[in-house]
Design a protein around this ligand. Structure first.
Ligand code: GDP
Ligand code: MN
Length: 386
């Protein structure tokens, strides 16, 4: 999961990492007021879930509050990598002497945490990594032991940073490691970590990504989740409801099933039958009536969904409970679309009886292929008659 720079700064500061002072604003007027308060040169920075903001024109210096207002008017509303800027950070601008790169990420192959330090930091770090990788020092840290002082020293001396600042830089490395570990981050990056003209070491950017699978124990961080770069509004709502749902905008067939493999196969088969899946939704291994109801409501939220195909294999799952869930929720659905159901396995005879005895337009089929063809046929028929 991604967060914004201003949020990453706040988290890092809890671990004792100093950043230049900054405040969040949503309008040019707020930006002007903050700039007035700071009373010096400020930097106005787009807050979006994307890197490379500087190169995209989303980071601009302003000498006075009026200039800050003007710069903010341009940055607010602009698009960076397809994301619209609705917030900016207004920070006390720093006189930069040198820009370094400091970051931690995971090295999955080595099952370690990797410390990355370079004296060639700044907006061109990707270019540096591609053309002169020797300028980037990487040290694998064993997370079961934790970062060692000698590893920090090794990084500092290998990377070519100003060694008269070794102590201060070492302290950033140490604290950023703690921050990275304690928050279950996948990536924590300070680019640039700067030496100012006054000789101070300051973080003027902060970036963090987190492991989604650890969010259950990182409640505060989980609360920072927003619709946007990773999840759209439908997915955020489904996630809040505890559903395993992936939206495929533009599709017309809603898909539900139990088990990721079965659901993905169902999507493939619907595609082969000429339909376009609108989503992936996995009820999980033991689908219940309540889970099925929540799922159907979620799948129907996108108005592009013109029909739903439910495909359930009853192993542990009792298909009669699934059938009852569908029947019970049907009248509550805000939109009525064709629903095709294939249920097989545990108590399937009972499930079939429940569905057929319900007097609702629920179509029972006995194979996945038949169901895929049926839902496509019903959707096409409705489209033709509309
Ligand atoms: P990114 O491009 O998304 O990584 O955004 P950054 O926060 O890293 O800003 C991009 C670049 O803007 C930095 O590498 C700096 O060169 C410049 N910049 C950011 N803040 C300041 C500042 O306070 N003073 C000065 N002089 N330049 C800054
Ligand atoms: Mn940066």
């Amino acid at each position: 999961m991604k967060i914004h720079e201003y949020q990453a700064r706040e988290i890092m500061s809890k671990f004792g990492i100093p950043t230049n002072h900054g405040e969040l604003a949503r309008t040019p007027e707020e930006v002007r007021a903050i700039a007035e308060k700071i009373g010096r040169m400020v930097v106005v920075k787009a807050q979006v879930h994307a890197g490379g903001r500087g190169k995209a024109g989303g980071v601009k210096l302003a000498k006075n509050p009026e200039e800050a207002f003007e710069v903010a008017s341009k940055i607010l509303g602009m698009e960076i990598k397809g994301l619209t800027v609705d917030r900016v950070l207004v920070a006390d601008a720093v006189d930069i002497e040198t820009e370094y790169y400091l970051g931690f990420t995971l090295n999955r192959e080595d099952k370690s945490v990797v410390l990355i330090l370079s004296a060639a930091g700044g907006v061109d770090i990707e270019e540096v990594a591609a053309s002169t990788p020797e300028k980037i020092t990487k040290i694998n840290i064993d997370p079961t032991v934790g970062i060692q002082d000698y590893e920090i020293r090794q990084a500092v001396y290998m990377s070519g940073v100003d060694t008269t600042k070794a102590r201060a830089i070492a302290s950033f490395i140490d604290k950023l490691y703690d921050c990275f570990m304690a928050t279950d981050a996948e990536m924590a990056e300070i680019n640039p970590l700067v030496i100012t003209k006054q000789g101070e070491v300051v973080a003027i950017d902060a970036k963090m990504n987190f492991d989604d699978n650890a969010l259950y124990r990182q409640k505060e961080i989980a609360g920072l989740r927003e619709a946007g770069s990773e999840l759209d509004e439908y997915e955020v709502q489904a996630m809040e409801e505890g559903l395993t749902y992936v939206h495929l905008p533009g599709g017309n067939v809603g898909i539900c099933g139990n088990g990721a493999g079965l659901v993905m196969t169902t999507m493939d088969v619907v595609k082969r039958a000429g339909g376009t899946p609108n989503n992936f939704l996995d009820f999980g291994g033991s689908a219940t009536a309540e889970g099925v109801q929540k799922a159907l409501i979620a799948v129907l939220r996108d108005p592009d969904v013109k029909g739903i195909f439910i495909n359930v294999f009853g192993g542990i799952t009792r298909t009669d409970l699934v059938a009852q869930g569908i029947v019970d929720v049907y009248d509550k659905l805000e939109r009525k679309v064709p629903i095709v159901i294939r249920l097989t396995g545990t108590r399937e005879e009972l499930a079939k009886e429940i569905l057929e005895g319900s007097n609702k337009p629920l179509v029972f089929v006995d194979s996945m292929w038949a169901g895929a063809q049926k839902i496509v046929e019903l959707i096409n028929a409705e489209a033709a008659s509309a």
